[in-house]
Structure formats: C-alpha cells, structure tokens
Design a protein around this ligand. Structure first.
Ligand SMILES: Nc1ncnc2c1ncn2[C@@H]1O[C@H](COP(=O)(O)OP(=O)(O)O)[C@@H](O)[C@H]1O
Ligand SMILES: N[C@@H](CCC(=O)OP(=O)(O)O)C(=O)O
Length: 374
C-alpha cells in the first residue's frame, strides 16, 4: 500500500506536479535541447496515459529565447530576460505541443505571476482552470509570466512556483527535476560530496551547504529547491528531487534522488494559501495574552490584545501577527485599514460602539477563519 512516508507515493501518485529546470531542457549556450525535452515528454505522457494527472511546471523560456535573439549568455537585466522569455515561451510550448501530440495528448499553457498566487480571486481562478484542464485530460504546462513580472514581485526561479502549484492542485507528490541527480551534502563539484537519499526533517539538512552556484542557465540553485521542498512537505506533500535523466528510474520506485518525507498534515486549501502564497503588507504586534488566545486557543484577534500596528495596509490585506519579541506567530487577513486600526490599539470596545468611519465595532482585527498559526 502507498504511504506518503516512502517512495511508493511517487509510483502510486494519482496527481503529480513535475517541475523541470532550464538546465534540464537546454544546451549550455541556450537554445532548447529537443532530444531531452522529447524524452521528458515521453516519460510524462506514459504516466498520463496510465491515468495519472500530470501538471508540468517548466522553466526554459529565457534559455529558449536566447537563440532567436542571438544571445550567447543568459541575460542579466530584467528587460532582456523578459524579451528572451517572450521569444522563447512560444518556442517552448511549440516543442511540448509536438512532443505530447506524438502520444495523442493535448497540452495547455498557464502563465502565472507571484501576484496571481497572492490574490485570492486569481488563485481560486487558476485552481478552477487547472481542475478543468485535468478533467479534460489536458496536460497543463505552467511557467511564470515573465514578461509582466517585476524585480520586486517575481518568482525568478520556478521552484517556489512549483511548490505553490502543488498546494493549489493538492498534489500527491512534487517532483523537482534538475541537472543534478540529488541533494548532496556539499557542492556536487566538491570531491567527497555524498548524495542525501532521504530527508525527514528540516533539521537533518540544516548543516548542508546549498548556497553554492547553480548551473549556467538555472536561477535558484539548490537553495530554492530545498525551500520549495520544505513548503510542499509542510503541507503533507511528498517531494522527490532528482534529475530529468533519472525520471524513469524514479517512477520505477528505484532509490534515486533525494526523497523528502512530509513534515506536516494537509491543511484546508484556504489556510494553505494564506500560509504560503500570500505576502504580508504589514505587522500587528500582540501582547502575551493575545498570543496565547490566537496561537493556543485559536480565537479571533480583538483590538484589546494589540500593542502596535506597523506598515500600511487596507482591510482584506494579509498581515503578520507577531509576539512582543517580533517573532511572527500567525498570519491573517486583517479586518481594518492600518489607519483605522491604530487608534484602537489596546482598546476594549463594547458592542454597539461606532468607529470614526461609522463602521460598527468591535469586529475582530483578524477573524479566526482568516488566520493561520505558523
Ligand atoms: N548541496 C548541493 N547539492 C546538489 N546541487 C547543488 C548543491 N549546491 C549547489 N548545487 C547546484 O544546484 C544546481 C541546480 O540548480 P539550478 O541550476 O538552479 O537548476 P534548475 O535549472 O534545474 O532549476 C546544480 O547544478 C548544482 O551544481
Ligand atoms: N520563467 C523562467 C525560469 C527561470 C529559471 O531559470 O528557472 P529555473 O531553471 O527553474 O531555476 C524561464 O522560463 O526561463
């Protein structure tokens, strides 16, 4: 029987998110490596034809656009990266369309921004589209919408996006495919570095150096892959990190790559979104009693338990809830604008009180259903 605690989850998964990095699809000087892309598509198509719902998160647009634009190095400035992605995304999708068509499968392009993950309405919309594509037996192929991403709000690498997509579609497993076949206990170019076959807790790999450079065409290196694995496993999703070349062995259940066991339980979709996909617009500092109430008793947060309001936010935005030492203990959707909330700090508002804006009080600063303890 399949268990999320061992590798059988990869072989038995009914819904899989597979992320492939630029380095696995392209040659060293950019340009798509049609042979590798076809091999990947063939392996995934076999899975899909066996009834597995496969969602592919594919990088490679910038690298694929380098050839058409006459670039021999990955561009460093945002505008040229966006131009290359614009030229390359079509090339990438054309290659995937041809490769999957050979197996009688259809593909659908989905381009997402960090903002689409952050905004609840866009997130829900993306989820609906992906569900419909899967129902229609189409393989969704997702990439960041590079042409509209800005330096401040972009994924840059696709590892985090892949973890968020795994949350979004509630995948059984996430496969992170790179040019390196596993996580190593030192940079793989260092003699003596050894493969780490299994990670059960974050602490186990706290000593591992993942800061080393990545491939010439990839973006995040190993650090973003480990962070993505932690995001997925925290929500009960198993992760296998290996190379695209080892995918067939991975599906055969062989001991390849690095397997990350789930560290947490699956939580409701809305909480998953709140905990991982949103970014906080401000902070609200809680006194000890309020921390106790929110974290242990899971109650709504009222103005009386707040000692300080930091930043600029509007009602409905996400805020971090911190204890007096500044440690973030929870995150939630705030019920007030920052300016409206500041004068209420520490106040015990009686029922029937009206705020200066005319709105009734007390309403919770963060309702318990809009709150996730971190
Ligand atoms: N501890 C480590 N274990 C494995 N790979 C590492 C480690 N530290 C750094 N790396 C580098 O991370 C690279 C993969 O990241 P990246 O180039 O961003 O790939 P991708 O394009 O697949 O996202 C590998 O080529 C490897 O050299
Ligand atoms: N969205 C970009 C991804 C950038 C990138 O290099 O990501 P990755 O190879 O996953 O580290 C692209 O398609 O080129």
């Amino acid at each position: 029987m399949s268990s999320s605690l061992d590798r059988s989850v990869v072989t038995d998964a009914r819904r899989l998110v597979v992320k492939v990095g630029s380095s696995s699809l392209t040659g060293p000087r950019g340009g798509l490596d049609g042979f590798r892309l076809q091999a990947l598509a063939t392996t995934l198509a076999k899975r899909a034809l066996d009834g597995v719902q496969v969602v592919l998160v594919s990088s490679g647009a910038i690298a694929a656009g380098m050839g058409p634009l006459g670039l021999t190095r990955r561009p460093k400035d945002l505008a040229t990266q966006q131009a290359a992605a614009s030229a390359g995304q079509g090339v990438l999708m054309a290659a995937y369309t041809n490769a999957f068509t050979l197996h009688g499968l259809k593909v659908g392009q989905v381009l997402l921004t960090a903002d689409d993950m952050h905004r609840r309405s866009h997130y829900v919309n993306a989820s609906r589209t992906l569900e419909r594509l899967l129902e229609l037996e189409v393989v969704p192929i997702i990439n960041e919408n590079d042409t509209v991403a800005t330096d401040e709000i972009r994924f840059g690498d696709n590892d985090r996006l892949a973890a968020l997509v795994a949350h979004l579609v509630d995948a059984d497993a996430l496969l992170l495919l790179s040019d390196v076949d596993a996580l190593y206990d030192g940079h793989p170019s260092e003699p003596g570095s050894r493969r780490i076959p299994h990670v059960r807790t974050v602490e186990e790999i706290a000593h591992v150096d993942v800061s080393g450079h990545g491939s010439q065409l990839g973006t995040g290196g190993m650090a973003t892959k480990v962070a993505a694995a932690q995001m997925a496993t925290a929500e009960g999703i198993s992760v296998l990190l290996t190379s695209a070349d080892r995918l067939v062995e991975a599906f055969a259940g062989e001991d390849v790559g690095t397997f990350f066991t789930p560290t947490g339980e699956k939580s409701p979709a809305r909480r998953r979104w709140l905990a991982h996909a949103t970014s906080a617009s401000g902070r609200v500092v809680l006194d000890d009693g309020a921390v106790e109430a929110v974290v242990r008793r899971r109650t709504s947060l009222l103005p009386v338990g707040i000692t300080r309001v930091e930043g600029k936010f509007a009602a409905g935005d996400t805020v971090d809830l911190c204890d007096v030492s500044g440690r973030v203990v929870a995150r939630g959707l705030v019920g007030y604008d920052a300016e409206e909330l500041r004068p209420l700090v520490g106040q015990r508002l009686e029922r029937g009180t009206r705020l200066r804006t005319g709105a009734p009080a007390p309403r919770p600063v963060v309702r318990r259903d809009d709150l996730v303890v971190l």
